[in-house]
Write a protein that binds this ligand. Sequence first.
Ligand code: GLU
Length: 476
Amino acid sequence: MTVRVRLAPSPTGDLHIGTARTALFNWLYARKNNGVFLLRIEDTDKERSKPEFTKNILEGLKWLGLTWDEQPVLQSERIAEHRKAIVSLLKKGLAYRCYATEAELQLMRDTQANSGAAPHYDNRHRNLTSEEESKFVEEGRTCVIRFRIDQQSTITWNDIVRGPMQWNSKDLGGDIVISRRAPANEIGDPLYNLVVVVDDAAMKISHVIRGEDHLSNTAKQILLYQALDLPQPVFAHTPLILSAEGKKLSKRDGVTSISDFKKMGYTSNALTNYMTLLGWSPPDGMEEKFSLKDSSLVFDFNRVNKAGAKFDWDKLNWLNSQEIHDWSPDKLLEELKSIWLSEGWISPDKEWSLKLVELIGPSLTLLNDGLEESRIFFDEPSLQNDAIKQLEMEGAKEALSYIFKKIEKNKWNGQNQDVAKSIISDCAKSLGVKKGLIMKSLRAALMGTLKGPDLISSWGLLAMQSKDLPRLKKVL
Ligand code: GLU
């Protein structure tokens, strides 16, 4: 059997991390089994679906490296097929028109709530006589179409994550609506469970891999496969991604869309690595840091947990920093250049830029950290409190003035670090002050704060751009 899997996102929002993780597990399973990974855009909700969300989803998947194999299917273009399936169910007597009004249904739900019963449709229009039906039509009532759910059956399937599954049909909330409300002689817009079954069958999907929030849908869909005489795929329900508190991850937890993670400076490799670990554990001997290629060689559902996976920012950050630290200076420079540009900073030349990248690279966790880490090399710093205090220390100004005079006479071009080191040593000897004081004061003057990367390298970068002298002059 050729493995054919799919992601079926609804373009009603940006690519969410939960959807991206589902995409990832589908993609890994397809790649591991030489199968195909397909996309179906479920854009039938006309009010909530937006082309900009489709764009965001496709761009996000591409950025993550989760490429798809055939032209994406647009669900809205398949409505004729969905309608055909509804007509066939009506003909077989497996679906029927339900004329209950919104007000009647509300009353039914209120009564159920008052008596403590679980909300369900009570199948009241399942067996209307033709007289009853004609009467509703004459009244001008609209109707939905419902699929009959035998109340006595047990639905079973073998889930490749969760093992043997069992669902009582009476827990599915009564006969389900498969098309939206419409005039009595029409078929309204077909709805989710029906269209998914029709489309998955048409796309010859072999494995439906999706979040465990779809378990009850799977039970309903199995009944629809049977009713429509369609071959049933294998199901895999993956654990949900939970917040650090163990609740379902939601917008309230801050960033949840892939484009936001990208904007914050996460790399696509660290994200796919981390998302794979959200629910899957690598086989013994495999490190926790791996590429998509590595995991696609060994991925299988035996190593996917049933329990929800808690989102751990520290771990994601660690993976991201490891990823950035593994990059070549050239690759990191490419990324940092666009971050610098966003601030209007143009790097003077490649040699200088690469030196800066090598200096700050090891301290980056997020790519965007490169903005603050680079700031003092582009913008004139203002003196922070720690620097002001340092410059008031006894001997600080004298030392800086000594250094200023030295380099005013004989400019350091920033290249040979021994030159800078000997200027500092000479200063210490001549003035009889500690090297520590000189270096701290120099840092305060050049960078405006006592924190920051290696002093001599930073000074070198500033000297290469002749920015050291004016900064020293300013504090004297
Ligand atoms: N459009 C559905 C969703 O985004 C698809 C679910 C499924 O995979 O069947 O939740």
